[in-house]
Design a protein around this ligand. Sequence first.
Ligand SMILES: [Fe+2]
Length: 219
Amino acid sequence: MSTMPRPRPAQHSGAADQAETYPLLSFSFPGLEGISQQAIKTHLELYAGYVKEANEISAVLASPSSYSGINEAVHARESLARRLAFELSGVRLHELYFEQLKSGRDAKAGDDAGFMNCVADCFGDFNTWIEDVKQLGKTRGPGWVATYLDPGAQRLNNLWVDLHQLVVPAGQRLVFVLDLWEHAYWDDYGAKGRPKYIADVLRQTDWAVVGRRMTSERG
Ligand SMILES: [Fe+2]
């Protein structure tokens, strides 16, 4: 399991204030079924790439003089903002995904209650929620199935996130994520392996972690 030092809070002014250092968190998953250690190793290397890119973009944003000329600066700033949204979302989604994969941790009984109760209220029962996740998991293209909590309405919504950062609803809290980029399942399950991969991930999800996100500011 990870150690989870969090980066300092984002600044809220101009580009020069957005310099951040996003730490590379460590994860390990002894005893996973279906998903091989080689696939995990490759996946963690990809995650490290997102952290590296996010840090490099942040460093450029800290030095606006590094891109010169008025028009070039405007275009470069816009491009960097779009890139940072992609890279940083890739970092955060992977951390949530790895954090919720079971790895022999002891869950505190009842930690999943907030999630399970809300699932029952919004979907009728857990199996109906599971089937909806599996149905959304058939969406074509790279992306994520994500379960968001609408904190105001106290409702859960299963949505599809294109890439890492597109079609993301405002004001929602991520409580469950399922990586459906090909790199997440292709090596172990093959081109038609999404259903088996999804079933293995759902069977090895730590619902206590998901449950704690219902009341966490993070996510
Ligand atoms: Fe991934």
